[in-house]
Ligand binder design. Sequence first.
Ligand SMILES: O=C(CO)[C@H](O)[C@H](O)COP(=O)(O)O
Ligand SMILES: [Fe+2]
Length: 225
Amino acid sequence: MRDFIIAPSILSADFARLGEEVENVLAAGTDWVHFDVMDNHYVPNLTLGPMVCKALRKFGVTAPIDVHLMVSPVDRIIGDFIEAGASMITFHPEASEHIDRSLQLIREGGCQAGLVLNPATSPDVLEYVMDKLDMILLMSVNPGFGGQKFIPSTLKKLCRVRKLIDDSGLNIRLQVDGGVTANNIRQIAEAGADTFVAGSAIFGAENYQHVVSQMRSELAEVVAL
Ligand SMILES: O=C(CO)[C@H](O)[C@H](O)COP(=O)(O)O
Ligand SMILES: [Fe+2]
C-alpha cells in the first residue's frame, strides 16, 4: 500500500485570512500546502509570490510547502522560493528553456524537484530526467484556475506514468492536480496517484475536517497496490 498525501491548494483559500486558513486545513488532517504560483504570462491568472511563502513560514507553518510554478521563465524565481522556505518546487517543461538545469537548481537549493505535465503534454519529456525527479505532477485540468472539472483522460496517463516510475525503481511521487474530490479520489489513486491536490473541494466545504475524512476513507478502500 502506498502512503497517500493530501495537499490542499490554497488557491481556493480566503487570501485575506491565509495564515489561519492554512492552519485550519492542516488541522483538518491534510499533509502539505500546495502553493500555486501564476504569472499572468504562462497562465492567464496572477496569484502568489515568494513573499507570501515566506510570510506563511514566519506565521509558523512547518508543514511541507509544495510550490507549483506556473511561470515563464522559471529559473530566476527558483532561488527566491528556496530562500522563502519551499520544500518542493515543480514547474512545467514548456516554461523552462533548459529543463535539466532548472531541476538541478531546485535540488542544489535543497528542495525536492518535480515536473508538471499539462493534460496534452506527453510523458516522453520525462525519459532523460527521471533520476533528477522527486515528483511528477499530472495536471487533470488546464492550468490557471481552480474549480475546474477533472479531465478523464488523466486516468490513462496516470497508469502509464505509474508504470514508468515503477519500472525505474526510483522513489518518485506521482501527484495529480485539478478537479480532485472525495467522489473521484479513489479512482485516481487506483490509476496510480499517491499525492492529491484539492483546492475547491476542500476550501469550498463547510467543514474541512469532514471532507478530508471522506477523502481518507475513500483512500482506505483503494485495493492493495
Ligand atoms: O494548479 C492549479 C490550477 O492551475 C490548482 O492547484 C488546481 O486547479 C486545484 O484546484 P481545484 O482542486 O479547485 O481544481
Ligand atoms: Fe496546482
